[in-house]
Design a protein around this ligand. Structure first.
Ligand code: NAD
Length: 507
Protein backbone atom coordinates (compact mmCIF):
# COMPACT_ATOMS: atom_id res chain seq x y z
CA UNK A 1 0.00 0.00 0.00
CA UNK A 2 1.49 3.32 -1.01
CA UNK A 3 0.67 5.71 1.79
CA UNK A 4 3.12 8.44 0.90
CA UNK A 5 6.03 9.50 3.00
CA UNK A 6 5.13 10.04 6.65
CA UNK A 7 8.23 12.11 7.34
CA UNK A 8 10.66 14.12 5.31
CA UNK A 9 13.51 16.21 6.54
CA UNK A 10 17.02 17.24 5.70
CA UNK A 11 18.43 17.14 9.19
CA UNK A 12 22.11 16.45 8.97
CA UNK A 13 23.65 14.32 11.67
CA UNK A 14 20.23 13.09 12.75
CA UNK A 15 21.90 9.87 13.92
CA UNK A 16 23.17 11.82 16.91
CA UNK A 17 19.63 12.10 18.17
CA UNK A 18 18.75 8.54 17.28
CA UNK A 19 21.58 7.00 19.17
CA UNK A 20 21.95 9.21 22.13
CA UNK A 21 18.42 10.38 22.90
CA UNK A 22 16.37 7.37 23.95
CA UNK A 23 13.27 9.58 24.01
CA UNK A 24 13.26 9.35 20.23
CA UNK A 25 12.42 5.68 20.45
CA UNK A 26 9.18 4.58 18.88
CA UNK A 27 9.06 7.46 16.45
CA UNK A 28 9.03 6.58 12.80
CA UNK A 29 12.43 8.06 12.21
CA UNK A 30 13.34 9.40 8.83
CA UNK A 31 16.49 7.48 8.13
CA UNK A 32 16.26 6.41 4.51
CA UNK A 33 17.96 8.74 2.10
CA UNK A 34 16.36 8.98 -1.32
CA UNK A 35 16.88 11.74 -3.86
CA UNK A 36 18.60 13.98 -1.35
CA UNK A 37 15.99 13.76 1.43
CA UNK A 38 15.84 11.82 4.70
CA UNK A 39 12.52 10.02 4.56
CA UNK A 40 10.46 7.26 6.14
CA UNK A 41 9.40 4.01 4.48
CA UNK A 42 6.38 4.06 2.16
CA UNK A 43 4.77 1.51 4.47
CA UNK A 44 5.27 3.78 7.48
CA UNK A 45 6.84 0.85 9.35
CA UNK A 46 10.14 0.95 11.19
CA UNK A 47 12.35 -1.43 13.15
CA UNK A 48 14.57 -1.33 16.21
CA UNK A 49 18.34 -1.08 16.32
CA UNK A 50 19.87 -2.77 19.36
CA UNK A 51 23.15 -2.31 21.21
CA UNK A 52 24.62 -5.85 21.25
CA UNK A 53 26.47 -5.19 24.51
CA UNK A 54 23.37 -4.25 26.49
CA UNK A 55 20.35 -5.39 24.50
CA UNK A 56 19.05 -1.79 24.69
CA UNK A 57 17.16 -0.29 21.80
CA UNK A 58 19.26 2.63 20.58
CA UNK A 59 17.14 3.83 17.70
CA UNK A 60 14.59 2.96 15.05
CA UNK A 61 14.91 3.16 11.29
CA UNK A 62 12.45 2.83 8.41
CA UNK A 63 11.54 -0.68 7.32
CA UNK A 64 11.83 -0.20 3.59
CA UNK A 65 10.39 -2.49 0.95
CA UNK A 66 10.49 -3.15 -2.77
CA UNK A 67 8.76 0.13 -3.65
CA UNK A 68 11.30 2.13 -1.63
CA UNK A 69 14.11 0.30 -3.43
CA UNK A 70 12.52 1.18 -6.79
CA UNK A 71 12.23 4.83 -5.73
CA UNK A 72 15.90 4.84 -4.78
CA UNK A 73 16.91 3.29 -8.10
CA UNK A 74 14.83 5.87 -9.96
CA UNK A 75 16.62 8.65 -8.06
CA UNK A 76 20.05 7.15 -8.83
CA UNK A 77 19.10 6.69 -12.46
CA UNK A 78 17.88 10.28 -12.70
CA UNK A 79 21.10 11.64 -11.18
CA UNK A 80 23.45 9.54 -13.30
CA UNK A 81 23.64 11.83 -16.34
CA UNK A 82 24.74 14.90 -14.41
CA UNK A 83 27.06 13.10 -11.98
CA UNK A 84 28.83 11.08 -14.67
CA UNK A 85 29.40 14.33 -16.57
CA UNK A 86 31.26 16.01 -13.71
CA UNK A 87 35.00 16.13 -14.11
CA UNK A 88 37.20 13.72 -12.23
CA UNK A 89 38.66 16.77 -10.50
CA UNK A 90 35.24 17.79 -9.17
CA UNK A 91 34.49 14.29 -7.92
CA UNK A 92 37.93 14.02 -6.33
CA UNK A 93 37.39 17.30 -4.47
CA UNK A 94 34.07 16.12 -3.03
CA UNK A 95 35.62 12.82 -1.99
CA UNK A 96 38.54 14.57 -0.32
CA UNK A 97 36.08 16.70 1.61
CA UNK A 98 34.24 13.53 2.71
CA UNK A 99 37.57 12.07 3.84
CA UNK A 100 38.33 15.26 5.78
CA UNK A 101 34.92 15.19 7.48
CA UNK A 102 35.21 11.52 8.36
CA UNK A 103 38.64 12.12 9.86
CA UNK A 104 37.43 15.19 11.74
CA UNK A 105 34.40 13.31 13.14
CA UNK A 106 36.39 10.15 13.97
CA UNK A 107 35.61 10.15 17.68
CA UNK A 108 31.85 10.58 17.30
CA UNK A 109 31.71 8.03 14.51
CA UNK A 110 33.69 5.53 16.58
CA UNK A 111 31.30 5.95 19.51
CA UNK A 112 28.34 5.37 17.25
CA UNK A 113 29.99 2.26 15.84
CA UNK A 114 30.77 0.78 19.24
CA UNK A 115 27.24 1.48 20.45
CA UNK A 116 25.62 -0.10 17.41
CA UNK A 117 28.06 -2.84 16.43
CA UNK A 118 29.88 -3.59 19.68
CA UNK A 119 33.59 -3.58 18.85
CA UNK A 120 35.85 -1.85 21.40
CA UNK A 121 36.18 1.89 20.96
CA UNK A 122 39.83 1.63 19.94
CA UNK A 123 38.94 -0.84 17.20
CA UNK A 124 36.10 1.44 16.06
CA UNK A 125 38.54 4.35 15.79
CA UNK A 126 40.81 2.15 13.73
CA UNK A 127 37.93 1.20 11.43
CA UNK A 128 36.94 4.84 10.95
CA UNK A 129 40.51 5.59 9.87
CA UNK A 130 40.62 2.55 7.61
CA UNK A 131 37.25 3.46 6.10
CA UNK A 132 38.29 7.09 5.55
CA UNK A 133 41.45 5.94 3.80
CA UNK A 134 39.36 4.32 1.03
CA UNK A 135 37.75 7.70 0.37
CA UNK A 136 41.12 9.44 0.10
CA UNK A 137 42.61 6.65 -1.99
CA UNK A 138 39.78 6.74 -4.54
CA UNK A 139 39.71 10.55 -4.57
CA UNK A 140 43.30 10.27 -5.78
CA UNK A 141 42.55 7.40 -8.17
CA UNK A 142 39.66 9.37 -9.73
CA UNK A 143 42.15 11.68 -11.43
CA UNK A 144 44.06 8.74 -12.90
CA UNK A 145 41.03 7.52 -14.79
CA UNK A 146 42.75 7.27 -18.15
CA UNK A 147 42.39 5.39 -21.43
CA UNK A 148 44.87 3.98 -23.92
CA UNK A 149 46.05 4.68 -27.43
CA UNK A 150 46.68 1.32 -29.07
CA UNK A 151 48.30 0.02 -32.26
CA UNK A 152 46.53 -2.02 -34.92
CA UNK A 153 47.61 -4.77 -37.35
CA UNK A 154 46.51 -2.32 -40.05
CA UNK A 155 48.96 0.48 -40.81
CA UNK A 156 46.11 2.90 -41.45
CA UNK A 157 44.20 2.24 -38.22
CA UNK A 158 44.58 3.17 -34.53
CA UNK A 159 42.60 2.22 -31.46
CA UNK A 160 41.54 4.35 -28.56
CA UNK A 161 40.00 3.11 -25.32
CA UNK A 162 38.21 5.14 -22.67
CA UNK A 163 36.80 4.05 -19.32
CA UNK A 164 33.35 5.22 -18.34
CA UNK A 165 31.13 4.63 -15.28
CA UNK A 166 28.97 1.50 -15.50
CA UNK A 167 25.82 3.35 -14.35
CA UNK A 168 23.62 2.77 -11.31
CA UNK A 169 25.23 0.45 -8.75
CA UNK A 170 23.28 -1.53 -6.14
CA UNK A 171 25.24 -2.21 -2.95
CA UNK A 172 24.56 -4.62 -0.08
CA UNK A 173 26.82 -4.43 2.97
CA UNK A 174 27.42 -6.41 6.19
CA UNK A 175 27.32 -5.39 9.87
CA UNK A 176 30.78 -6.49 10.98
CA UNK A 177 32.64 -3.49 9.49
CA UNK A 178 29.66 -1.16 9.23
CA UNK A 179 31.50 1.91 7.93
CA UNK A 180 34.57 0.72 6.04
CA UNK A 181 32.61 -1.82 4.01
CA UNK A 182 30.49 1.10 2.78
CA UNK A 183 33.32 3.48 1.94
CA UNK A 184 35.21 0.67 0.18
CA UNK A 185 32.30 0.48 -2.28
CA UNK A 186 30.93 4.02 -2.33
CA UNK A 187 34.23 5.85 -2.81
CA UNK A 188 35.31 4.00 -5.98
CA UNK A 189 31.78 4.10 -7.40
CA UNK A 190 31.59 7.86 -6.88
CA UNK A 191 35.14 8.37 -8.17
CA UNK A 192 34.20 6.50 -11.35
CA UNK A 193 31.09 8.65 -11.86
CA UNK A 194 28.48 6.06 -10.87
CA UNK A 195 25.38 6.73 -8.81
CA UNK A 196 24.28 4.22 -6.20
CA UNK A 197 21.67 2.66 -3.97
CA UNK A 198 22.86 0.98 -0.78
CA UNK A 199 21.16 -1.41 1.59
CA UNK A 200 23.09 -1.80 4.87
CA UNK A 201 22.80 -4.76 7.24
CA UNK A 202 19.74 -4.73 9.51
CA UNK A 203 22.00 -4.61 12.59
CA UNK A 204 23.91 -1.46 11.64
CA UNK A 205 21.77 1.04 9.70
CA UNK A 206 22.80 3.97 11.93
CA UNK A 207 26.46 3.64 10.91
CA UNK A 208 25.30 3.67 7.28
CA UNK A 209 23.25 6.77 7.95
CA UNK A 210 26.29 8.50 9.43
CA UNK A 211 28.35 7.71 6.31
CA UNK A 212 25.59 9.09 4.08
CA UNK A 213 25.46 12.20 6.26
CA UNK A 214 29.09 12.93 5.71
CA UNK A 215 29.08 12.31 1.96
CA UNK A 216 26.10 14.64 1.71
CA UNK A 217 27.79 17.26 3.85
CA UNK A 218 30.81 16.95 1.56
CA UNK A 219 28.68 17.98 -1.42
CA UNK A 220 27.49 14.80 -3.14
CA UNK A 221 24.40 16.04 -5.05
CA UNK A 222 20.85 14.72 -4.47
CA UNK A 223 20.05 11.39 -6.07
CA UNK A 224 23.69 10.33 -6.44
CA UNK A 225 23.72 8.27 -3.24
CA UNK A 226 20.60 6.61 -1.88
CA UNK A 227 20.10 4.54 1.27
CA UNK A 228 17.35 1.98 1.82
CA UNK A 229 17.03 0.35 5.22
CA UNK A 230 14.96 -2.80 5.71
CA UNK A 231 14.27 -5.43 8.34
CA UNK A 232 13.75 -8.03 5.61
CA UNK A 233 16.46 -7.73 2.94
CA UNK A 234 15.02 -10.26 0.47
CA UNK A 235 12.52 -7.97 -1.36
CA UNK A 236 15.22 -5.31 -1.73
CA UNK A 237 17.60 -7.90 -3.14
CA UNK A 238 14.93 -8.94 -5.66
CA UNK A 239 14.53 -5.38 -6.91
CA UNK A 240 18.28 -4.75 -6.99
CA UNK A 241 18.95 -7.81 -9.13
CA UNK A 242 15.98 -7.53 -11.50
CA UNK A 243 15.69 -3.79 -12.23
CA UNK A 244 17.10 -3.05 -15.69
CA UNK A 245 18.35 0.35 -14.54
CA UNK A 246 20.85 -1.30 -12.17
CA UNK A 247 24.05 -2.06 -14.09
CA UNK A 248 26.13 -3.51 -11.29
CA UNK A 249 25.63 -5.37 -8.01
CA UNK A 250 28.29 -5.28 -5.33
CA UNK A 251 27.77 -7.38 -2.21
CA UNK A 252 29.74 -8.13 0.95
CA UNK A 253 28.44 -10.80 3.28
CA UNK A 254 28.01 -14.53 3.59
CA UNK A 255 28.77 -16.95 0.79
CA UNK A 256 25.21 -18.32 0.85
CA UNK A 257 23.56 -14.93 0.26
CA UNK A 258 26.30 -13.78 -2.14
CA UNK A 259 25.81 -16.86 -4.29
CA UNK A 260 22.05 -16.31 -4.38
CA UNK A 261 22.30 -12.63 -5.33
CA UNK A 262 25.12 -13.21 -7.84
CA UNK A 263 22.98 -15.83 -9.61
CA UNK A 264 20.04 -13.43 -9.87
CA UNK A 265 22.25 -10.53 -10.96
CA UNK A 266 23.89 -12.84 -13.50
CA UNK A 267 20.49 -13.64 -14.99
CA UNK A 268 19.99 -9.89 -15.49
CA UNK A 269 23.53 -9.61 -16.91
CA UNK A 270 24.51 -7.11 -14.25
CA UNK A 271 28.18 -6.80 -13.46
CA UNK A 272 28.84 -8.54 -10.15
CA UNK A 273 31.39 -8.22 -7.33
CA UNK A 274 30.90 -10.38 -4.26
CA UNK A 275 33.14 -10.33 -1.18
CA UNK A 276 32.18 -13.40 0.81
CA UNK A 277 33.10 -15.61 3.74
CA UNK A 278 36.48 -17.03 4.60
CA UNK A 279 38.18 -19.80 6.56
CA UNK A 280 41.73 -18.57 6.89
CA UNK A 281 44.61 -20.92 7.67
CA UNK A 282 47.41 -19.56 9.86
CA UNK A 283 50.55 -21.64 9.33
CA UNK A 284 53.37 -21.63 11.84
CA UNK A 285 56.44 -23.27 10.27
CA UNK A 286 59.00 -24.99 12.50
CA UNK A 287 61.60 -22.24 11.95
CA UNK A 288 59.21 -19.47 13.13
CA UNK A 289 59.42 -17.95 16.58
CA UNK A 290 56.36 -19.59 18.20
CA UNK A 291 55.96 -16.79 20.72
CA UNK A 292 55.87 -14.12 18.05
CA UNK A 293 53.44 -16.21 15.99
CA UNK A 294 51.20 -16.77 19.02
CA UNK A 295 51.13 -13.05 19.78
CA UNK A 296 50.19 -12.38 16.17
CA UNK A 297 47.46 -15.03 16.26
CA UNK A 298 46.02 -13.62 19.50
CA UNK A 299 45.97 -10.08 18.12
CA UNK A 300 44.32 -11.16 14.87
CA UNK A 301 41.89 -13.83 16.02
CA UNK A 302 40.09 -11.77 18.66
CA UNK A 303 39.78 -8.60 16.60
CA UNK A 304 36.12 -7.69 16.38
CA UNK A 305 35.44 -10.77 18.55
CA UNK A 306 36.49 -12.93 15.62
CA UNK A 307 33.78 -11.46 13.39
CA UNK A 308 36.03 -10.77 10.44
CA UNK A 309 36.12 -12.46 7.06
CA UNK A 310 39.93 -12.67 7.23
CA UNK A 311 39.94 -14.09 10.77
CA UNK A 312 42.08 -17.26 11.10
CA UNK A 313 39.90 -20.33 11.52
CA UNK A 314 42.58 -23.04 11.46
CA UNK A 315 45.91 -22.44 13.22
CA UNK A 316 48.33 -25.05 11.83
CA UNK A 317 51.24 -25.24 14.25
CA UNK A 318 54.20 -27.56 13.73
CA UNK A 319 54.46 -30.17 16.49
CA UNK A 320 57.87 -28.81 17.60
CA UNK A 321 56.37 -25.38 18.27
CA UNK A 322 52.93 -26.45 19.48
CA UNK A 323 53.42 -26.39 23.28
CA UNK A 324 55.12 -22.99 23.32
CA UNK A 325 52.55 -21.60 20.87
CA UNK A 326 49.50 -22.79 22.83
CA UNK A 327 50.99 -21.62 26.12
CA UNK A 328 51.62 -18.10 24.83
CA UNK A 329 48.29 -17.92 23.01
CA UNK A 330 46.43 -19.03 26.15
CA UNK A 331 48.29 -16.47 28.28
CA UNK A 332 47.42 -13.73 25.83
CA UNK A 333 43.76 -14.76 25.82
CA UNK A 334 43.74 -14.79 29.62
CA UNK A 335 44.83 -11.15 29.48
CA UNK A 336 41.87 -10.08 27.32
CA UNK A 337 38.94 -8.31 28.96
CA UNK A 338 35.56 -9.01 27.42
CA UNK A 339 32.74 -6.53 27.88
CA UNK A 340 31.03 -3.40 26.63
CA UNK A 341 33.32 -1.83 24.03
CA UNK A 342 32.67 1.62 25.51
CA UNK A 343 34.42 0.61 28.76
CA UNK A 344 38.12 1.27 29.26
CA UNK A 345 40.42 -1.69 28.84
CA UNK A 346 37.91 -3.89 27.01
CA UNK A 347 39.64 -5.82 24.22
CA UNK A 348 36.77 -8.06 23.09
CA UNK A 349 33.19 -6.91 22.62
CA UNK A 350 29.93 -8.78 22.12
CA UNK A 351 28.85 -10.90 19.17
CA UNK A 352 26.22 -9.44 16.89
CA UNK A 353 23.20 -11.31 18.23
CA UNK A 354 21.94 -14.35 20.11
CA UNK A 355 22.11 -16.53 17.01
CA UNK A 356 25.83 -15.78 16.66
CA UNK A 357 26.43 -16.87 20.26
CA UNK A 358 24.47 -20.07 19.55
CA UNK A 359 26.57 -20.78 16.47
CA UNK A 360 29.88 -20.29 18.28
CA UNK A 361 28.76 -22.35 21.27
CA UNK A 362 27.61 -25.10 18.89
CA UNK A 363 31.00 -25.28 17.18
CA UNK A 364 32.89 -25.35 20.49
CA UNK A 365 30.60 -28.03 21.94
CA UNK A 366 30.97 -30.11 18.78
CA UNK A 367 34.78 -29.86 18.96
CA UNK A 368 34.81 -30.70 22.66
CA UNK A 369 32.63 -33.76 22.08
CA UNK A 370 34.98 -34.93 19.34
CA UNK A 371 38.07 -34.67 21.56
CA UNK A 372 39.32 -31.08 21.40
CA UNK A 373 41.01 -29.57 24.45
CA UNK A 374 39.76 -26.22 25.78
CA UNK A 375 42.61 -24.64 27.77
CA UNK A 376 40.68 -21.39 28.08
CA UNK A 377 37.19 -20.08 27.37
CA UNK A 378 34.53 -22.39 25.96
CA UNK A 379 31.52 -20.76 27.56
CA UNK A 380 29.03 -17.92 27.26
CA UNK A 381 29.74 -14.97 29.52
CA UNK A 382 26.81 -13.86 31.63
CA UNK A 383 28.25 -12.47 34.89
CA UNK A 384 28.36 -8.75 35.76
CA UNK A 385 25.53 -7.79 33.45
CA UNK A 386 26.95 -9.45 30.36
CA UNK A 387 23.79 -11.58 30.17
CA UNK A 388 22.02 -8.52 28.74
CA UNK A 389 24.28 -8.66 25.67
CA UNK A 390 25.66 -11.38 23.42
CA UNK A 391 29.00 -12.46 24.87
CA UNK A 392 31.12 -15.55 24.37
CA UNK A 393 34.46 -16.06 26.11
CA UNK A 394 37.62 -15.85 24.00
CA UNK A 395 38.47 -19.51 23.50
CA UNK A 396 41.42 -21.67 22.48
CA UNK A 397 40.76 -25.16 21.12
CA UNK A 398 43.59 -27.71 20.87
CA UNK A 399 43.84 -31.10 19.10
CA UNK A 400 41.43 -29.88 16.44
CA UNK A 401 40.80 -32.40 13.64
CA UNK A 402 39.07 -32.27 10.23
CA UNK A 403 36.01 -34.10 11.64
CA UNK A 404 35.08 -31.08 13.74
CA UNK A 405 32.65 -28.48 12.37
CA UNK A 406 35.00 -25.66 13.33
CA UNK A 407 37.60 -27.08 10.93
CA UNK A 408 35.29 -26.61 7.95
CA UNK A 409 32.77 -23.85 8.75
CA UNK A 410 33.43 -20.17 9.26
CA UNK A 411 33.10 -19.54 13.02
CA UNK A 412 32.74 -15.75 13.03
CA UNK A 413 33.45 -15.72 16.74
CA UNK A 414 36.30 -15.58 19.28
CA UNK A 415 37.56 -19.14 18.91
CA UNK A 416 41.15 -20.08 17.97
CA UNK A 417 41.30 -23.71 16.79
CA UNK A 418 44.85 -25.12 16.91
CA UNK A 419 45.72 -28.01 14.59
CA UNK A 420 49.09 -29.71 15.13
CA UNK A 421 50.90 -30.92 11.99
CA UNK A 422 54.10 -32.88 11.38
CA UNK A 423 54.93 -32.69 7.69
CA UNK A 424 55.92 -29.26 6.33
CA UNK A 425 55.50 -30.53 2.78
CA UNK A 426 51.84 -31.28 3.43
CA UNK A 427 50.71 -28.24 5.35
CA UNK A 428 49.86 -26.08 2.32
CA UNK A 429 47.72 -28.92 0.99
CA UNK A 430 45.92 -29.09 4.34
CA UNK A 431 45.44 -25.32 4.29
CA UNK A 432 44.05 -25.38 0.76
CA UNK A 433 41.52 -28.10 1.63
CA UNK A 434 38.58 -25.70 1.89
CA UNK A 435 36.03 -24.13 -0.44
CA UNK A 436 37.08 -20.72 0.81
CA UNK A 437 39.97 -18.66 -0.57
CA UNK A 438 40.11 -15.27 1.09
CA UNK A 439 43.04 -14.82 3.52
CA UNK A 440 45.90 -17.00 4.77
CA UNK A 441 48.82 -16.32 7.10
CA UNK A 442 52.33 -17.74 7.16
CA UNK A 443 54.91 -17.45 9.93
CA UNK A 444 58.46 -18.43 8.95
CA UNK A 445 61.99 -17.03 9.06
CA UNK A 446 62.77 -18.46 5.61
CA UNK A 447 62.20 -16.29 2.55
CA UNK A 448 62.06 -19.41 0.42
CA UNK A 449 59.36 -21.00 2.58
CA UNK A 450 57.39 -17.75 2.62
CA UNK A 451 57.53 -17.26 -1.15
CA UNK A 452 56.73 -20.89 -1.88
CA UNK A 453 53.70 -20.73 0.39
CA UNK A 454 52.63 -17.36 -1.07
CA UNK A 455 52.53 -18.88 -4.55
CA UNK A 456 51.00 -22.23 -3.53
CA UNK A 457 48.22 -21.11 -1.18
CA UNK A 458 44.82 -20.85 -2.90
CA UNK A 459 43.96 -17.63 -1.09
CA UNK A 460 43.95 -14.11 -2.47
CA UNK A 461 45.40 -12.29 0.55
CA UNK A 462 48.47 -13.65 2.33
CA UNK A 463 49.96 -12.24 5.54
CA UNK A 464 53.65 -13.15 5.80
CA UNK A 465 54.74 -12.70 9.41
CA UNK A 466 52.02 -10.04 9.34
CA UNK A 467 48.49 -9.98 10.67
CA UNK A 468 47.12 -6.96 8.84
CA UNK A 469 47.54 -7.61 5.12
CA UNK A 470 44.93 -5.05 4.03
CA UNK A 471 44.99 -1.39 3.08
CA UNK A 472 43.08 0.95 0.78
CA UNK A 473 46.05 0.83 -1.57
CA UNK A 474 45.95 -2.91 -2.30
CA UNK A 475 43.37 -5.22 -3.86
CA UNK A 476 41.13 -7.12 -1.44
CA UNK A 477 38.90 -9.99 -2.45
CA UNK A 478 38.53 -13.72 -2.54
CA UNK A 479 39.14 -16.79 -4.66
CA UNK A 480 36.87 -19.85 -4.85
CA UNK A 481 33.78 -19.50 -2.62
CA UNK A 482 35.16 -16.30 -1.09
CA UNK A 483 34.05 -14.21 -4.00
CA UNK A 484 34.50 -12.43 -7.29
CA UNK A 485 36.19 -9.11 -7.93
CA UNK A 486 38.50 -6.91 -5.91
CA UNK A 487 38.03 -3.83 -3.76
CA UNK A 488 40.77 -1.31 -2.97
CA UNK A 489 43.92 -0.70 -5.00
CA UNK A 490 43.68 0.63 -8.52
CA UNK A 491 41.73 -2.56 -9.32
CA UNK A 492 38.92 -1.32 -7.07
CA UNK A 493 38.07 1.46 -9.52
CA UNK A 494 37.94 -0.88 -12.53
CA UNK A 495 35.00 -2.69 -10.92
CA UNK A 496 32.84 0.40 -11.60
CA UNK A 497 34.02 1.12 -15.13
CA UNK A 498 33.15 0.04 -18.65
CA UNK A 499 35.88 0.05 -21.28
CA UNK A 500 34.92 1.46 -24.65
CA UNK A 501 37.03 0.96 -27.78
CA UNK A 502 37.14 3.18 -30.84
CA UNK A 503 38.74 1.93 -34.05
CA UNK A 504 39.95 4.96 -36.01
CA UNK A 505 40.78 4.91 -39.70
CA UNK A 506 43.66 7.09 -40.86
CA UNK A 507 42.71 6.67 -44.53
P1 NAD B 1 24.76 -11.90 5.39
O1 NAD B 1 25.06 -12.52 4.08
O2 NAD B 1 23.75 -12.52 6.26
O3 NAD B 1 24.31 -10.40 5.20
C1 NAD B 1 25.05 -9.50 4.43
C2 NAD B 1 24.10 -8.50 3.83
O4 NAD B 1 23.24 -9.19 2.94
C3 NAD B 1 23.21 -7.79 4.84
O5 NAD B 1 23.03 -6.46 4.42
C4 NAD B 1 21.91 -8.53 4.72
O6 NAD B 1 20.79 -7.75 5.05
C5 NAD B 1 21.90 -8.84 3.23
N1 NAD B 1 21.04 -9.95 2.83
C6 NAD B 1 20.81 -11.11 3.45
N2 NAD B 1 19.93 -11.85 2.73
C7 NAD B 1 19.63 -11.13 1.62
C8 NAD B 1 18.79 -11.33 0.50
N3 NAD B 1 18.08 -12.45 0.34
N4 NAD B 1 18.72 -10.36 -0.45
C9 NAD B 1 19.43 -9.22 -0.32
N5 NAD B 1 20.23 -8.96 0.72
C10 NAD B 1 20.33 -9.92 1.68
O7 NAD B 1 26.18 -11.76 6.10
P2 NAD B 1 26.49 -11.10 7.49
O8 NAD B 1 26.22 -12.11 8.55
O9 NAD B 1 25.86 -9.77 7.61
O10 NAD B 1 28.05 -10.83 7.33
C11 NAD B 1 28.98 -11.76 7.69
C12 NAD B 1 29.56 -12.45 6.47
O11 NAD B 1 30.15 -11.47 5.63
C13 NAD B 1 30.64 -13.42 6.82
O12 NAD B 1 30.50 -14.58 6.07
C14 NAD B 1 31.90 -12.67 6.43
O13 NAD B 1 32.99 -13.50 6.15
C15 NAD B 1 31.44 -11.88 5.25
N6 NAD B 1 32.30 -10.72 5.02
C16 NAD B 1 33.12 -10.74 3.93
C17 NAD B 1 33.98 -9.68 3.69
C18 NAD B 1 34.87 -9.69 2.49
O14 NAD B 1 35.36 -8.64 2.13
N7 NAD B 1 35.09 -10.82 1.86
C19 NAD B 1 33.98 -8.58 4.55
C20 NAD B 1 33.12 -8.59 5.65
C21 NAD B 1 32.28 -9.68 5.87
Amino acid sequence: MAVGRPEKCHNRRSWDQQVFKPGDRGRNLAAMFIDGAWIAARSGRDFAVVNPATGDEIGRVPDGGADDASDAIAAADGAFGAWSSTTAYQRADILLEAWRLMTEQADELAELMTTEQGKPLRASRFEVGYGADFIRWFAEEARRLTGEWLPSARADQRFLTIRQPVGVVAMVTPWNYPMSMLTRKMAPALAAGCTLVLKPAEATPLCAKAIFDLFTEAGVPPGVINLVTAADPAPIGEVFTSDRRVRKLTFTGSTAVGRLLAAKAGASLQRVSVELGGHAPFIVYPDADPLNAAKGAAALKFLNAGQACISPNRLYVHRNAADAFVETLTKRVAGLTTGNGMDDGVGVGPLVDAAAVEKVAGQVDDARTKGAGVPIGGERLTADGLDRGFFYAPTVLTDVTPEMTVYREETFGPVAPVVVYDDVDEVVELANDTHYGLAAYVYTESLKTAMTAFEALDFAIIGINDVNPTSASVPFGGMKDSGLGREGGHEGLDEYLEIKTAGISLR
